[in-house]
Every structure is written in structure tokens, then in C-alpha cells.
Design a protein around this ligand. Structure first.
Ligand code: DC
Length: 238
């Protein structure tokens, strides 16, 4: 039995750089604890996809006014697909899991996610999803802004080239177009935008524990987490 607390199940925040395996790690933790897993990045990707579909992203930039006027029309849900055994992202009753991973979305999502009104709306939805606890959420500002009260905060990072290779392998395995150099540049650019934006920049929460997984397998990361969990259950904050 892994239920951590009798009063309320815990909230676990996993933040960090793009493509360092946050979602794989967060999903594994959620499975282990029998908690829900929420990928907050897919919510910002869905908003970006929504803007693209409506023609509000073009060579001239982002039509912010139209996007903001229509923010209230965006509904995002995560639904379990029993065939794949995975949670899928649904935007306004359409399954968008594949669309939101494409290169155009990836190249625009940092700009969309830097818009304060977009963030405020996403944070409100995320807090509602975590109201009862029992959740593992990954993103950039989960431990700093969304759930500053989270019982466990993890800040993940990995070497840029290792991250680019992982994203490249992932796209190739899904038979999606991929160029290693474009991916590397995109990741570097997103790291920069995510860490320097004014609204909720990516930064380690003071009480977050750093996990650099450049040289770690998923199993080793899980072992690392189990040790951290045991310490936290005993009230040891390191
Ligand atoms: O985790 P990801 O690569 O799918 O996230 C896509 C983008 O969304 C990323 O460039 C930064 C942004 N994001 C954010 O600003 N805040 C979050 N909590 C999650 C993602």
C-alpha cells in the first residue's frame, strides 16, 4: 500500500527542462503510487494547437487578441484509452495527442505559454485537477506556482545533447519527421525562453530536489525516487 497519508494523498511536482524525461519519470511515479498523472505541458501545447487551427499563428506572429478573447472556449481533458493503456489529451472533444507533438506546435509553444492570461487559465485548471491530492504533475512551474505546497518537488535536468537525442529517438519511433540539429536548436531556444520569461519562469523551487538523469536509466531513476520517498515518509527533507 503506497498511499502516503491518511488525511490527504500527496501532491508530487516534477519540473525541469524540456525533453529530459519528465513525463516518463512522472508517469512511473504515478503508477507506483496509484496516483493520477497530469502532463501540464500538453495543456500549453493544446492552446497552441487551438491557436494554429484558428489561424491566429502566422508569419506575422501571434494574434493575441483573438486568442485571449476565445480562451474561455478552450476545454482540456485527459481521458484514459484502454486500448493503449495511456491517458490522452482531448481539446474541445477532439483527441489531439498526436497533433500537439508536431514541430510547429513545439516551435510556438514557449511563446504561447509566456502569455500571462494563458498561464492564469491553465494554472486554475491544474489546481482544480489537484484539489484532492493524489496527483503527479509535471511541467515548469508546478512546484513554484501551481502547487507551492506540494509534499515532494523534483527538479529534473539532463545534458542538452542527451535530451536532443532522446526527443529525436522518440519522434523516429513514432514515425514522425525529425532532424537532430533542428531539435537541438529548438530545445536550446525553449530552455532560454522558459527560463527568462517574466511570468512564472522555469526555476528550481528552493525546496526541490535536483535529479540529473543524463546517465541514468528509468529503473535507476525509480530507485532514486523510492529512496527519496522513504526519507520523506520519515520526515527527512533531503
Ligand atoms: O513539457 P513540454 O515540452 O511538453 O512543454 C511544452 C511547453 O509548455 C514548454 O516549452 C514550456 C511550456 N510549459 C510551461 O510553460 N509550463 C508548464 N507547467 C508546462 C509546460
Amino acid at each position: 500500500m503506497n498511499n502516503l497519508s491518511v488525511s490527504r494523498p500527496w501532491i508530487i511536482a516534477v519540473d525541469g527542462h524540456s525533453s529530459c524525461g519528465k513525463s516518463t519519470f512522472a508517469k512511473a511515479i504515478a503508477r507506483y503510487l496509484k496516483y493520477s498523472y497530469i502532463d501540464s505541458g500538453s495543456m500549453y501545447r493544446s492552446v497552441t494547437w487551438f491557436a494554429i487551427q484558428n489561424g491566429w499563428i502566422s508569419d506575422h506572429g501571434i494574434d493575441k487578441e483573438s486568442l485571449l478573447k476565445n480562451l474561455g472556449k478552450i476545454s482540456i481533458q485527459f481521458r484514459f484509452n484502454p486500448e493503449t493503456g495511456l491517458n490522452e489529451t482531448w481539446l474541445n472533444e477532439t483527441m489531439v495527442e498526436r497533433d500537439i507533438r508536431d514541430t510547429l506546435v513545439s516551435s510556438m509553444v514557449s511563446e504561447i505559454s509566456a502569455i500571462p492570461e494563458v498561464r492564469h487559465r491553465m494554472v486554475a485548471i491544474q489546481r482544480e485537477m489537484g484539489r484532492k491530492g493524489g496527483i503527479v504533475m509535471d511541467g515548469r512551474d508546478i512546484g513554484t506556482v501551481v502547487f507551492p505546497q506540494a509534499e515532494i518537488k523534483i527538479f529534473m535536468t539532463a545534458d542538452l545533447l542527451v535530451r536532443a537525442q532522446r526527443r529525436y529517438d522518440e519522434l523516429i519511433s513514432k514515425k514522425m519527421p525529425a532532424s537532430f540539429e533542428d531539435i537541438r536548436k529548438n530545445l536550446e531556444h525553449r530552455d532560454y525562453l522558459d527560463s527568462t520569461r517574466t511570468e512564472s519562469p522555469l526555476k528550481k523551487a528552493e525546496d526541490a530536489i535536483v535529479l540529473d538523469n543524463s546517465k541514468m536509466t528509468p529503473d535507476q531513476q525509480m530507485e532514486w525516487f523510492k529512496e527519496l520517498l522513504e526519507k520523506r515518509k520519515k520526515g527527512i527533507n533531503s
